[in-house]
Design a protein around this ligand. Structure first.
Ligand code: S3P
Length: 452
């Protein structure tokens, strides 16, 4: 088992890029595998979650050729041969590992296939709610058995069917649910629509457009017509703003620091973290250099004394994955930060309300826990602690950042989980911890692979 050991830093001057976006990498693997030709995917995230989705598409018949890979992790540049919407039955159950996105999107895809298939995952994924996707997919005609020990949980045994289109109103604001219904809708005859109670990340809609599949958006309702075949295209995945968030918080909370994160995704359904850090007092400029499809740019941030803030209800889906590290920023800020309307955090890789509150308290922060969030009275000095990630990548990384501001040596146990979303985090942490500024200290070296 690996640990992170972290001490206080006094300087952060760096410029680097983070690995590819997790949400987009899942979607690129799925749509590439469904498309009508060969798609070159660049800067794919070689994390366990996304490699599992890529392997799922392989198991469903798509051939994958690796161009370059990150040794020890997985492919970064690859070609995927699309199956023109005709998938083959997998010969074994499909492993989704730790990934809710992988499982829920694949379930949407598999619901409309003329065969049965099974999706399973690790202990954390097997305890996460799947009713949110099995309910709409069953309304479309699929028969999905949830075989987990906990009711409504994975493994999922999916008996695909000829699907009927539906107009579905999602009870929770979830991009995973929206995407599962849209992917199923691609295989249904006629018009499927899904209405979200609040705006959620729109990568599926944007990526469908890159693959020339049309969808229509009318306020918070997204409509897709079935029977469209994604047209093969090449796609470069921008850096993941949720991975950048860890360093953005570290720089924001350290007066005198300067950090540039290059080539990161700046999709407005994901950038609320930047608004929150600006509101807390960080100085920031973002420069867009791609505006069509998925916006990409650089973010430059300068640290300043931070003050607390209140997260707005409509911001929550936009920054749901960043809340653990925002809570760390809140503990380092003067005054109160209020995070409410975030009950969804309780059904992520861990119950992130409890894991964040417990770990912050162990470091000396003042936090009050609520059913749907927490209130943090910032400005109390943090001290080192021995913490557990509980197998949750974002908890491991958020508390590595907290350790950069605590007296003594903070130890975070059980940190292999960071590989589910951020291969190379340990290298970047090491460079920041030792206050290195040379871009070479942040570079991830790829090796070319002759064939799949
Ligand atoms: C994701 C959507 C979010 C997010 C997850 C990735 C996606 O989950 O927490 O890490 O790629 O669609 P929900 O849509 O369930 O909120």
């Amino acid at each position: 088992m690996s640990d992170f050991r972290v001490k206080k830093i006094s300087r952060l001057h760096a410029e680097f890029s983070v690995p590819g976006d997790k949400s987009m990498s899942h979607r690129a693997a799925i749509l590439g595998g469904l498309s009508n030709g060969i798609c070159t995917l660049r800067n794919f995230l070689p994390s366990e979650d996304c490699v599992n989705t890529l392997n799922a598409m392989r198991a469903l018949g798509a051939k994958v050729e690796i161009i370059d890979e990150l040794p020890g992790y997985g492919p970064v540049n690859l070609r995927i041969h699309g199956q023109s919407m005709k998938l083959s039955p997998p010969s074994a159950p499909i492993d989704c590992g730790n990934s809710g996105t992988g499982m829920r999107l694949l379930a949407g895809l598999l619901a409309g296939q003329p065969f049965s298939s099974e999706l399973f995952g690790d202990a954390s994924l097997s305890s996460r709610p799947m009713g949110r996707i099995t309910v709409p997919l069953a309304q479309m005609g699929a028969n999905i058995e949830t075989k987990g020990e906990k009711p409504g949980c994975a493994p999922l045994l999916i008996h695909g069917a000829k699907l009927q289109p539906i107009a579905y109103e999602m009870p929770v604001a979830s991009a995973q649910v929206k995407s599962a219904v849209l992917l199923a809708g691609l295989f249904a005859k006629g018009k499927t629509s899904v209405t979200q109670p609040a705006e959620t990340r729109d990568h599926t809609e944007r990526m469908l457009a890159s693959f020339r599949v049309s969808t229509r958006r009318d306020v918070n309702t997204i409509t897709i017509y079935g029977g469209q075949t994604p047209e093969a295209c090449d796609f470069t995945v921008p850096g993941d703003i949720s991975s950048a968030a860890f360093w953005l918080v570290a720089a924001a909370a350290l007066p005198g620091s300067r950090l540039v994160i290059r080539d990161v995704g700046l999709n407005p359904t994901r950038t609320a973290i930047l608004n929150v850090l600006s509101r807390m007092g960080a100085r920031m400029i973002d420069t867009l250099h791609q505006t069509d499809g998925e916006p990409i740019g650089n973010v430059e941030i300068h640290g300043a004394p931070l003050t607390g803030t209140t997260l707005l209800p409509e911001e929550i889906p936009n920054l749901i994955d960043e809340i653990p590290v925002i809570a760390v920023a809140a503990a380092l800020a003067q005054g109160k930060t209020t995070i409410r309307n975030a009950r969804e955090l309780r059904v992520k890789e861990t119950d992130r309300i409890t894991t964040v509150v417990d770990n912050l308290r162990a470091m000396g922060a003042q936090v009050q826990e609520f059913e749907d969030g927490m209130e943090i009275e910032g400005g109390h000095p943090l001290h080192a602690a021995e913490l557990d990630s509980h197998g949750d990548h974002r908890i491991a990384m958020a508390f590595a950042i907290a350790g950069l501001f605590a007296s003594g040596e903070t130890v975070i146990r059980n940190t292999e989980c960071v590989n589910t979303s951020y291969p190379g985090f340990a290298k970047h942490l090491d460079a920041i911890r030792h206050e290195r500024t040379d871009p070479a200290d942040f570079a991830m070296n790829l090796s070319a692979t002759p064939s799949a």
